[in-house]
Design a protein around this ligand. Structure first.
Ligand SMILES: Cc1cc2nc3c(=O)[nH]c(=O)nc-3n(C[C@H](O)[C@H](O)[C@H](O)COP(=O)(O)O)c2cc1C
Ligand code: SF4
Length: 503
């Protein structure tokens, strides 16, 4: 746990100069790019994965999911990546799933919706994810009364602390009663680090918990799960699949220097990258050479003892050798330094320092949030090019103006420039810029209201949308709490008249 607080400087949004229609047409950001063997994206504009918490509890596509992606498709980005979608057929709350063929029809509807709303101009990928168990922070009464395993080593710790050997033979209920009544110092002394973490933050598995059968088996289980998920993505009509090897989840944890597995899948980086490469190879084998397979991973874990840019550059080269079609570079978003959750809530990886680096806000250190992660992508791209690999590299993090994106591309720091929150704030912004109406872009304020909703698994919306609410508008749909617009206000170019500035 850390109580990381960036030095509090409030940064203004970078001034925006918007291009004319002609300038936009000639811009690099709006120029095509080849991704993989046969696919061309019409532009280098990119919307990275964002979970909106709109699926059913069974992981199925809902009308709200379709609306969410339809709205992004109307802005006609070059590439749109569908949210992290679970590869297993297990309950995961309102997160999309792709762990069985029964999910294909809904996902196919999603593909059709994006094709139609983008007029066929947007390439659609889907991000596929695996994660290990994370439980909510328990009530102490429940933790000591039920969840905590009463082991001989716990009895021995109590005996040592109380200097009373009889505790070695204490019954389970005696131990539980003792802990329920114990003071904090006693609890901190007799519980081991993991037990204390389970009490204070909720139980959380690690990929190096090889004493657990299902964790030990991950290297055997995951490649076919990823491969089948990718096959379903292809069958549903997606243009490509993005393997989620970033943030707090299984594959990022295999890649992390924190991974201490001793079975050939942890320790030195050759071993840490082994499972991610085996999954990539299995996916490639299943979907064929022509299908786009990308990877999103971390340029830096930003946690103590975690992987850094040096590892990420090395991993990038291994991914390229193994046939990845693009690399999307993110940063941080790990559990290790996350803030303590409230009782009843789960630990959230976008808090703490690593979380800040993943979704930086305007309350920042001297460097500020804008384009903060670009150097990571730039270093990875440079190493790829030096090694003779043309693999496109995608950067994201605090991109909010046309000039920022153009400069990144002109400097050769990335091949595609992604914007998550700016596109959430204004899904039409690419279209507005393209048509010479950049001055109408609704600019993200980078204060993370949306992220707060994500944290509580509430339907994600942008606070700026609510500044344009006409309760009499028959098309207006509200979030399930009845208080927020569920999708961004519509937009039509002023010259198209009637619908302009529809709310
Ligand atoms: C609401 C929300 C949900 C997100 N969900 C995902 C996700 O499913 N997968 C992922 O790789 N990143 C996810 N991200 C991170 C974004 O893709 C992006 O990396 C991050 O927001 C920084 O980019 P930005 O400054 O353009 O917003 C999410 C971000 C937000 C705001
Ligand atoms: S809620 Fe705030 S940070 Fe999120 S997209 Fe809207 S303006 Fe940006």
């Amino acid at each position: 746990m850390s109580s990381y607080e960036p030095r509090r400087v409030r940064h203004p949004l970078p001034p925006a100069r918007w291009p004319s229609r002609d300038e936009a047409a000639a811009a690099r950001w709006f120029s095509p790019i080849r991704i993989g063997k046969i696919l061309t994206a019409r532009e280098r504009t990119w919307v990275p994965a964002m979970v909106p918490w709109r699926a059913t509890d069974d992981g199925l596509v809902t009308p709200e999911v379709l609306d969410w992606y339809a709205r992004f498709a109307e802005g006609q980005p070059g590439v749109l990546v569908v949210e992290a979608t679970g590869i297993r057929d297990v309950a995961s709350g309102p997160l999309l799933r792709i762990g069985d063929d029964r999910f294909i029809p809904g996902l196919r509807r999603l593909v059709d919706t994006v094709r139609e709303r983008s007029q066929g101009l947007t390439r659609l990928f889907i991000q596929v994810i695996d994660f290990v168990a994370v439980r909510r922070r328990p009530e102490p009464e429940k933790f000591f009364g039920r969840y905590l395993a009463v082991t001989d080593s716990l009895r021995a710790q109590i005996a040592l602390w109380l200097d009373d050997r009889r505790w070695r033979g204490a019954s389970e209920s005696e131990v539980r009663e003792f802990l329920l009544a114990a003071d904090r110092v006693t609890i901190e002394t007799v519980l081991n680090d993991r037990e204390l973490e389970a009490l204070d933050c909720g139980y959380r598995e690690r990929v190096w918990d090889t004493h657990l059968d299902h964790i030990r088996e991950l290297p055997r289980v995951l490649p076919p799960l990823f491969a089948e998920a990718a096959r379903r993505a292809r069958d549903a009509g997606f243009d490509g699949v993005e393997l989620h090897y970033a943030h707090a989840y299984t594959m990022a944890s295999f890649l992390s220097r924190l991974n201490t597995r001793t079975d050939g899948y942890g320790g030195v980086r050759e071993h840490r990258v082994r499972l991610p490469l085996e999954a990539l190879a299995a996916v490639r084998e299943r979907v064929g050479d022509d299908y786009v397979v990308g990877i999103r991973y971390l340029g830096d874990d930003v946690v103590e003892g975690g992987s850094d840019l040096d590892d990420a550059v090395w991993f990038g080269l291994r991914f390229a050798e193994t046939g990845v079609d693009y690399l999307s570079v993110s940063k941080g978003g790990r559990f290790e330094d996350a803030k303590q959750p409230k009782i009843g809530e789960a630990v959230y990886p976008y808090t703490g320092r690593s979380g800040y680096e993943c979704m930086p806000t305007v309350i920042s250190d001297a460097r500020g949030p804008f384009g903060r992660n670009v150097p990571l992508a730039a270093a990875i791209r440079r190493a790829l090019r030096d090694g003779g690999w043309p693999t496109p590299v995608v950067t994201s993090g605090g991109i909010t103006t046309f000039d920022q994106a153009e400069t990144i591309l002109r400097n050769g720091e990335a091949d595609c420039v992604a914007a998550a929150r700016q596109t959430l704030a204004d899904p039409d912004w690419f279209r507005k810029i393209r048509l010479g109406h950049g001055a109408q872009v609704r600019r993200c304020e980078f204060t993370n209201y949306c992220e707060g909703l994500d944290q509580r698994h509430k339907q994600v919306t942008c606070k700026l949308w609510d500044r344009l609410v006409d309760p009499a508008d028959p098309t207006l749909r509200l979030a399930s709490d009845g208080r927020r617009r569920l999708s961004a206000p519509g937009w039509s170019p002023p010259d198209e008249g009637a619908n302009a500035n529809r709310t």
